[in-house]
Every structure is written in structure tokens, then in C-alpha cells.
Design a protein. Structure first.
Length: 57
């Protein structure tokens, strides 16, 4: 019985922790994805500029 109470307490603590950190983690992931999209877009523009021989400012 004591083990069950301890596991429920640990489970509740874990759920509380995830509940409070989830928005922060989600926001970090979204920022990372957005940054990666910009990097990819810059690479595509650079490649097109090289193929078309446009100077990129």
C-alpha cells in the first residue's frame, strides 16, 4: 500500500512537471523549426543566385 501511494505521488509530480514545462518545450521546438526554415530558405536563395549568377546583397 505504501508503494502504491509513493508511485501515485511520483506520478502526480511527473504530470505536474510535464504540465508546467510542456509550453516552454513546445515554444523552443517551434523556434528551432522556424530558425531551420529560414536557414533552408537562405540556402535555396543562395543556390538559385549562384545558378543564375546574381550577386546577393
Amino acid at each position: 500500500m505504501l508503494l502504491l501511494g509513493a508511485s501515485c505521488g511520483a506520478g502526480a509530480a511527473a504530470i505536474g512537471y510535464v504540465g508546467t514545462t510542456y509550453p516552454l518545450v513546445k515554444e523552443c521546438v517551434l523556434v528551432a523549426i522556424e530558425t531551420k526554415e529560414h536557414e533552408i530558405a537562405d540556402r535555396v536563395v543562395d543556390r538559385l543566385a549562384r545558378k543564375l549568377e546574381w550577386p546577393r546583397g
